[in-house]
Design a protein around this ligand. Sequence first.
Ligand SMILES: CC(C)(COP(=O)(O)OP(=O)(O)OC[C@H]1O[C@@H](n2cnc3c(N)ncnc32)[C@H](O)[C@@H]1OP(=O)(O)O)[C@@H](O)C(=O)NCCC(=O)NCCS
Length: 152
Amino acid sequence: MIVKKAESEDAAVISEMIFSEFPYTKADTENVKVRMSKPHIGLFKAIDGAKIAGFLEIELLDSLFNVWRINGLAVKKEFRQNGIGKELTEFAVSFAKRNRASQLVLLVRPDNYIAKKMYKKIGFQANGLWKSQINGKRAEEWVLNLQNNSIV
Ligand SMILES: CC(C)(COP(=O)(O)OP(=O)(O)OC[C@H]1O[C@@H](n2cnc3c(N)ncnc32)[C@H](O)[C@@H]1OP(=O)(O)O)[C@@H](O)C(=O)NCCC(=O)NCCS
């Protein structure tokens, strides 16, 4: 399994995955292409041979405090429980550290026990309910503090 920067020809597959897992977001192929071209966004794919098995989107949320957020993470059903989700999340952590982030944050549905278990093992901590709703439901914010990695 390799994690690589996604290219514009990957946008349709990534858009399908987003639509399947997060149907309330408006991420058509064009939108995904636009997002991957933005300097403050990193869109990465996990590939198994020639196939895209999963994706991860990370975004610089707060440039003053250098806080990054995982905006999206999904593994195709047929590739799950093979360590790919963990590898993508660990890739995001390394990416954030390389960029000297102070924090890496993410939002997760309270009933997404599989994802929460994975994030906890990697070192994220629950930080209570987030102020806004996602698809009509309150989401939990999870945080990984990386202060020791900061240069200030
Ligand atoms: C969450 C998700 C990305 C995990 O991907 P994955 O490749 O299956 O995860 P991994 O194989 O790396 O497993 C990571 C950990 O979760 C556990 N896990 C994964 N699937 C599990 C399941 N169905 N039941 C119980 N535990 C599970 C694994 O056991 C592993 O822990 P371990 O190290 O103790 O073995 C995947 O289930 C997914 O795409 N879900 C839908 C989208 C989603 O929820 N994204 C996260 C939004 S915040």
